[in-house]
Design a protein around this ligand. Sequence first.
Ligand code: PHE
Ligand code: CO
Length: 283
Amino acid sequence: MTAPAGARSDWTIDQAWDRYTADEHAVWTTLYERQRALLPGRACDPFLSGLDALDLHRGGIPDFRRINLELMRLTGWSVVAVPGLVPDEVFFEHLANRRFPAGQFIREAEQLDYLQEPDIFHDVFGHVPMLTDPVFADYLQAYGQGGLRAAGLGRLHNLARLYWYTVEFGLMESAQGLRIYGAGIVSSRAETLFALDSTSPNRLGFELERVMRTPYRIDDFQQTYFVIPSLDALLGATLQDFRPIYERLASAPDIAIEAVLPTDRVHTRGDQAYARERGAISK
Ligand code: PHE
Ligand code: CO
């Protein structure tokens, strides 16, 4: 797919930081302060220390030139600006080269809680702090390489579920209880509360093949979250060659989005009350 007009062939654009308006900077600051107050005791330690290390609160939308100095020094990653969602292969190619594509634009002040496409707040506040962690940094690069391979094997929909249930909506064990590391949760006030405190969703132990067989919701809170014991355990589980797994998955049925299996390690069995109220399930 060719890049849109004004973008480079790898779909990147200049962030053009000097052109953000005062209103746009104010949206960042509002969102930042709201999430920063909510996250201690809820987000995992690597996220919180990454947020501090990058100092994303210098006054408005961060300048990629500045955060990249620190990010590059810590883990060799950088953030690059893109107009919006990019094609899968372009996305994987960036990740495989330790570049994280981030939307250049920010949501409107009237839409603080609703997003159709990931904006700079979701992408930078949500994703970039975890990239300061060396283990997570290696995981996301490996995911990019694995994405290119999965596309060639026709199993991208299975691999995408791994991204969804880890990078976007992952929970992690800690000595003090469950903590968030997924960007889709930490960048959303409502889902931060829902993911940890609601009686509705299941919270199940992460199991690679099980995750790859579980569909997900893109339009509402998740019905199931998967909990990793640690980032090392996550990286460890994905170091193996996925080809034999993909071969098994070709004849393995999907698992219902709200199902709890006898083989699951259950942290919480959800009552799915929220999903039922929203008409997501009939039983
Ligand atoms: N090991 C995977 C493969 O063989 C690649 C991968 C690594 C995918 C990490 C996701 C995360 O395809
Ligand atoms: Co995201």
